[in-house]
Design a protein. Structure first.
Lengths: 104, 152
């Protein structure tokens, strides 16, 4: 369950065939952490049925300061599935959905 | 669905419409979105592109016959690799300063940044005696340079 209440599935074939071999160094735990304890949640820049979850920055290791972006396709009002995960240092350009903006 | 030749290694996730490409075996890398849905993979501090990930591949590159997808994907990736052999640098800062010793050298310090990585380069570019400080700041995207703080 994500911080914003979406039940997200990571399909076994998506993980074993695509993400795991293509993203060495990214673990299922990293994906779960980005979904459950995101630093930011964005609306996809083009697709209304997608959200992007930014995980916390890595505090050690070769890719220190980088963070994971997990792209989620919404499949229902409160359900979704992981599309892919991207390790980056670049902030996503989409509209921020969370945390809420405060004034003052 | 996967394809592999000597260098280009392709994998297409049909359900999620994601194309993964790597030069040789996939490596742990950072990604940089060069245009909507097109992510270049690189291993810092080098900027060389070692892979490409394209989200919503079939929407960006419509494929009429599914069995030609990997063939088209290979062409698309090769074109992108030719266009982007390395990850673009966000900003380049060049500082030229006169060092008082040993012989009033003009020292150029270049710092290129992309994400949080910086690539420093310092070199002596000449000798002068009239100015104390000359600072030039340039932005690679705009190719604009501004000289400031010139002290006679």
């Amino acid at each position: 369950m994500t911080l914003d209440g979406i039940q997200v599935a990571l399909r076994e074939d998506t993980w074993t065939i695509h993400i795991e071999p293509r993203r060495p160094g990214v673990t299922k735990a990293d994906i779960a952490q980005a979904l459950q304890q995101p630093v930011r949640i964005y609306a996809d820049t083009s697709y209304a049925d997608r959200r992007v979850y930014q995980g916390p920055p890595r505090i050690s290791g070769f890719f220190r300061n980088s963070f994971l972006l997990v792209v989620v396709a919404l499949t229902g009002e409160r359900t979704g599935r992981v599309v892919t995960a991207i390790l980056t240092e670049q902030l996503y350009q989409g509209r921020e959905l969370w945390p809420p903006k405060t004034i003052g | 669905m996967a394809s592999q030749d000597d260098r280009l290694n392709l994998d297409y996730d049909e359900q999620n419409d994601v194309l993964y490409a790597s030069l040789g075996s996939p490596q742990a890398a950072l990604s940089y979105e060069i245009s909507k849905d097109v992510w270049l993979d690189y291993i810092p501090p080098k900027r060389t592109v070692v892979g490409i990930t394209i989200l919503n591949f079939s929407e960006h590159y419509p494929v009429t016959h599914r069995d030609t997808l990997l063939e088209i994907a290979q062409t698309v990736v090769q074109d992108l690799l030719q266009k982007y052999p390395s990850v673009a640098i966000d900003q380049q800062l060049v500082t030229i300063r006169i060092s008082p010793t040993p012989a009033l050298q003009i020292v150029s310090t270049t710092t290129a940044t992309a994400g949080t990585h910086t690539i420093p380069l310092t070199q002596v570019v000449g000798f002068v005696s009239r100015f104390d400080t000359l600072r030039i700041q340039g932005n690679r995207q705009g190719n604009r340079a501004v000289a400031e703080d010139i002290v006679a």
